[in-house]
Design a binder for this molecule. Sequence first.
Ligand code: LLP
Length: 383
Amino acid sequence: MQLCFAMKANSNLAILRLFSNLGGAFDLVSGGELTRVLAAGGSTSRSVFAGVGKSVAEIKLALEAGVYGFHVESEPELARINHVAGQLGRKAPIAIRVNPDVDAKTHAKITTGKSDNKFGIPLKYAAAAYEAAAKYPNIEIKGVQMHIGSQLTSAAPFVEAVKKVIPFVEQLKKLYGITYFSVGGGIGIVYEDALASGDAAWWSSKPEGERPLTPESYGAALAPLLAPLGLKILLEPGRFLVGNAGVLLSRVEYLKRGSGKNFLVVDAAMNDLVRPAMYEAYHEVVPLVRDSARPAMQADIVGPICESGDCFAKDRTMQTLGEGELVAFMSAGAYGYTMASRYNTRPAPAEVLVSGSRFELVNARENFDAMLAGEKIPGFLKT
Ligand code: LLP
């Protein structure tokens, strides 16, 4: 088994080093992410390079870094990788991403294993793609890959997809001697009750069948199917490893009493954590000082950005809060900072790594000078 952390979930150098120290490698999707792995001292020789739009420059970088495998998403990409590898006098290790056409039953924007998604090569065309790959002089067929979606809360779609792909995997092993099968990522996390779910008591309070997916139940469902293949299994979890390890801290600016509605205006916004605006995602919001003596209130939790979509939660019931108090947006460790933008010229937030009682700033808050540094007024506008 080889664990390749899907670093798109959280690519701070400190997190990469942490996983690297634990023996992990990475699932990376861009030249930028590859550069981060190198900067963190991570292993590129055990990391894989995924994504539907690999550029020539990125393919070069990955070949020079000696990645474990290119996860190929189309026939033209195969041709391009072969060409670039030839120019560098190398053989490129590849696995083709097959699209098993199963429904991961997750949010439409993060489902990837249906035939109408842009990902992978449909199972029915994959044999021909491997035949083509075998003919390219600078391609080394090394494995096969699948990934059906993200934030899956049941093992059933994984089982369905793996079962569907297994006969093909066996055929590839016979024909080309492949050595690995990457089953992708996608294990979901608990968003509602994120805080309580840190406790064993919470888990045991959940009846069987309502328990969220755990690595144990995922493993128990998949291992019996995968073990007989006799291949190295690659796993690419992202969210599961970091999602509930991070919070977004924010300060209340105002409690605004609207017409029949309260708005808790906080200093974080959709540019810092876009998931609620983009996927209607639920994030628990927890006051740092909890005071059960205070009355409850209902409010929309909103940021300062000038559009109504800048809303973290609608009609959330919570302890009454006021100006200056701190709240934590839970489950922000995955797809939080990595999806942040600078909309409204809001600088990227600082990042702090906490381990027990130790903590350290691992990314400075961006400043306005840095934000403007690359911009200039062109000569023809200067009067
Ligand atoms: N492997 C591949 C090929 C992927 O495309 C992804 C995620 C992963 C692994 C990791 O999936 P995970 O274990 O984190 O579910 N921004 C969205 C999630 C997008 C996921 C994209 N691909 C969100 O905030 O929910």
